[in-house]
Ligand binder design. Structure first.
Ligand code: PGA
Length: 256
């Protein structure tokens, strides 16, 4: 890994309840206190319902809290909506935008993802923009084209200043929750492509932007993935639901 400080984010998705998540956090706090991380930032992304509870518990712990989604509107008559302002209010600093499950299950378009990205920025939240190709697109050799398109929709709207400080997560759709991670070489090729694409906007921005890999990251494959020049950490689903596996991944990032 490079001079960019690593970031490991746990995407808990629609799992757990108040009591099991509390136990998961206790485990994680114990595991991470033993690691004394210096470089690696750690984030967890609970469901909306538990965000406040988790943020309270993690106050002062060094572990940050993020949301799995946000509404693109600022406020108002949006039944069921959760605004960026509300997220900030309960102690959230990061937001996943454009996760492939949102794009697929909720038909989120590139335009909507960009609206959400902008909404985060307007409230001072850090968006983690997720991009990734389907298996069919990979087979058609369209991976770089697809992920750079997903990224450019955002960068062309928000520009250099609007993008600076955001994080990218490359998550091949075929690797999410399947147990079949991209190989370190496959991940590196796409991360390097994304970085080249950002360099068209600004060379320095490209150098400092963190690009996480996500898709079946485990304690077993994390070291090799983090050994790649352009892999700056991970967005972890399944393995983030076990304190010891998640802590192992954080350790691998710290030592990369
Ligand atoms: P996974 O999920 O680690 O379970 O593959 C990753 C993600 O969807 O962010």
């Amino acid at each position: 890994m490079s001079e960019r400080d690593p970031l490991v984010a746990g995407n808990w998705k629609m799992n757990g309840d108040a009591s099991s998540l509390d136990g998961l956090l206790d485990g994680l706090l114990t595991e991470l206190s033993g690691l004394a991380l210096r470089r690696c930032s750690v984030l967890v992304f609970p469901s909306y319902v538990y965000l406040g509870q988790v943020a309270q518990k993690l106050l002062g712990s060094g572990i940050g809290v993020g949301s799995q989604d946000v509404d693109q509107r600022a406020q108002g008559a949006v039944t069921g909506g959760v605004s960026a302002d509300m997220l900030k209010d309960v102690g959230c600093r990061f937001v996943l935008v454009g996760h492939s499950e949102r794009r697929t299950l909720f038909a989120e378009s590139d335009k909507l993802v960009t609206d959400k990205f902008e909404q985060c920025r307007s409230q001072g939240l850090v968006p983690i923009i997720c991009v990734g190709e389907t298996l069919e697109e990979r087979r058609q050799d369209r991976t770089i084209e697809v992920v750079t398109r997903q990224l450019k929709v955002v960068t062309s709207r928000v520009g250099l200043a609007g993008f600076d400080g955001a994080v990218i997560a490359y998550e091949p759709v075929w690797a999410i929750g399947t147990g079949e991670s991209a190989t370190p070489e496959q991940a590196e090729e796409v991360h390097a492509g994304l970085r080249r694409s950002l360099a068209e906007l600004d060379e320095n921005l490209s150098c400092r932007t963190r690009i996480l890999y996500g898709g079946s990251v485990t304690a077993d494959n994390a070291v090799a993935l983090f050994g790649m020049e352009n892999v700056d950490g991970a967005l972890v689903g399944g393995a983030s639901l076990k304190a010891n596996s998640f802590a192992e991944i954080c350790k691998a990032a710290e030592e990369s």
